[in-house]
Design a protein around this ligand. Structure first.
Ligand code: PEP
Ligand code: CO
Length: 446
């Protein structure tokens, strides 16, 4: 059946804001349709190729960044800190997995949020739920929560600026392997778990010395000083996505050029819904969240729809079961997908199935439960002989107190010290690196 970027409008579409003036929204979408794409198709195809390698066990996906990017926190430092922590994690994971790490940010477009309930109560006020800065303000006030289409344009421009900064940082020496390794050594020496992580850090140091001894000039080797870094977000606001979807005259295919990769969330993955309809027509690599209610037949049908040609790496399935449910739910899903012949990447999001509200009323997650979900995910894949192809993490490079635990333990009493997220709780820089070293241990000595 012929596909167009806008035919999702003929399907039921979940989780869209109630725009007060559809005419104004349409005008904004039209304006966006005339803007330059945010990413180019050749880079999208490069990511597709990299993920094809991950699907067959030759690479590992690290997808990480904010739950929801903020219009009010768009400093160079916040982008740089996030990139830094992702690069640091990637070096640790690369050493321990022995394969290239595909670095994909939840960044430069991760603005729209699905919500379980259409209203939320803050203090004594019941308000429309916060759906991200691309829709409205997070201020708990009914007027501030009215959706404003002009915010789509703000999201576009903020994404463009973020991509420009990421490009110059990743191509301009910031991502140099020796530099990233030095940051990791600093982390290890400052960490209360330093002794535990020292073995891995020392081994990486020896590997670098070995390369230098072989005559490889680490600072001049382009493959070590420049890294590939891709962008991604949830394809939730379909008008925004469709407005940035263009046909590439070279291959005649449609690409959503708002990001290299987009994913479908747990709340919008209905087989006959608009989100799947949109995703099936674009040539980008697609992610789809897989929660505990997913059945095997539903998952196989979803794979048939999103990956009809069984293309390696076209589809990344992001398991988000909750630590308790992985061993019970995941094996049959992996087995069914394997039997169906779809060469997918299996990644684990250990964040969204482990969220709870603390006694102080703040949404949080425990580091140990996040790690437990990852551990179970790796174990299930090992038992089945399949490749655990990646992890999907909500983090920030800043020193926040949003998730509990970690080696410099964040406690329930101190959660509100630096609780800055506008949506879900993120791992701070230290907890993110803790996690990378703990995952490295799992990969080296299962
Ligand atoms: C998210 O990734 O921020 C999210 C909302 O996840 P999920 O769709 O898995 O709940
Ligand atoms: Co989230």
């Amino acid at each position: 059946m012929a596909w167009s970027p806008w035919d999702w409008r003929e399907r039921p579409v979940e989780q869209q804001p109630q725009w007060p003036d559809p005419g104004e929204l349409e005008a904004v979408e039209k304006e966006l349709s005339g803007y330059p794409p945010l990413v180019v198709t050749s880079e999208i195809r490069d990511l597709q190729q990299a993920l094809a390698t991950a699907a067959s066990g030759g690479a590992f996906l690290l997808q990480a960044g904010d739950c929801a990017e903020s219009f009010l926190d768009h400093s160079a430092a916040s982008v740089r800190n996030k990139l830094q922590v992702i690069l640091q994690m990637a070096v640790v994971l690369m050493y321990s997995s022995g394969v290239p790490i595909i670095k994909v940010g939840r960044i430069a477009g991760q603005f729209a949020k699905p919500r379980s309930s259409s209203t939320e109560t803050i203090g004594d006020r019941t308000l429309p739920s916060f759906r991200g800065h691309i829709v409205h303000s997070d201020i708990p006030d009914p007027i501030a929560r009215i959706p404003d289409p002009k915010r789509l344009l703000h999201a576009y421009h903020q994404s463009a600026a973020t991509i420009a900064l990421l490009k110059s940082l990743t191509q301009g020496g910031f991502a140099d392997l020796s530099q990233v390794h030095t940051w990791n050594q600093e982390f290890v020496s400052a960490s209360s778990q330093g002794k535990r992580y020292e073995t891995i850090a020392t081994e990486i140091e020896r590997a670098l010395q070995f390369m230098a001894a072989c005559g490889i000039d680490l600072s001049r080797e382009r493959s070590l000083s420049q890294v590939g870094f891709w962008t991604s977000h949830e394809a939730l606001l379909l008008g925004y996505e469709a407005a940035l979807t263009r046909r590439d005259p070279r291959d005649g295919r449609w690409y959503d050029q708002s990001a290299h990769m987009v994913w479908i969330g747990e709340r919008t993955r209905q087989l006959h819904g608009g989100h799947l309809r949109f995703a099936e027509g674009i040539a980008n690599p697609i992610g789809c969240k897989v929660g505990p209610t997913m059945t095997t037949s539903e998952l196989v049908e979803l794979c048939d729809r999103l990956d009809p040609t069984a293309t390696p790496g076209r589809l990344t399935l992001v398991s988000r079961m909750g630590a308790e449910r992985v061993r019970d739910r995941l094996p049959e899903l992996i087995a069914a997908v394997k039997a169906s012949g779809h060469p997918v990447v299996w990644a684990c999001d250990p964040m969204h199935g482990n969220t709870f509200t603390s006694s102080s009323g703040l949404k949080t997650r425990r580091f140990d439960e996040i790690l437990a979900e990852l551990k179970a995910f790796f174990q299930v894949h090992r038992d089945l002989g399949t490749w655990a192809g990646g992890i999907h993490i909500e983090l920030t490079g800043d020193d926040v107190t949003e998730c509990l635990g970690g080696s410099d333990e964040v406690l329930e009493e101190t959660l509100n010290t630096s609780y800055n997220t506008i949506c879900d709780p993120r791992l701070n820089a230290q907890q993110s690196l803790d996690l990378a070293y703990r995952v490295a241990e799992l990969l080296i000595t299962p």
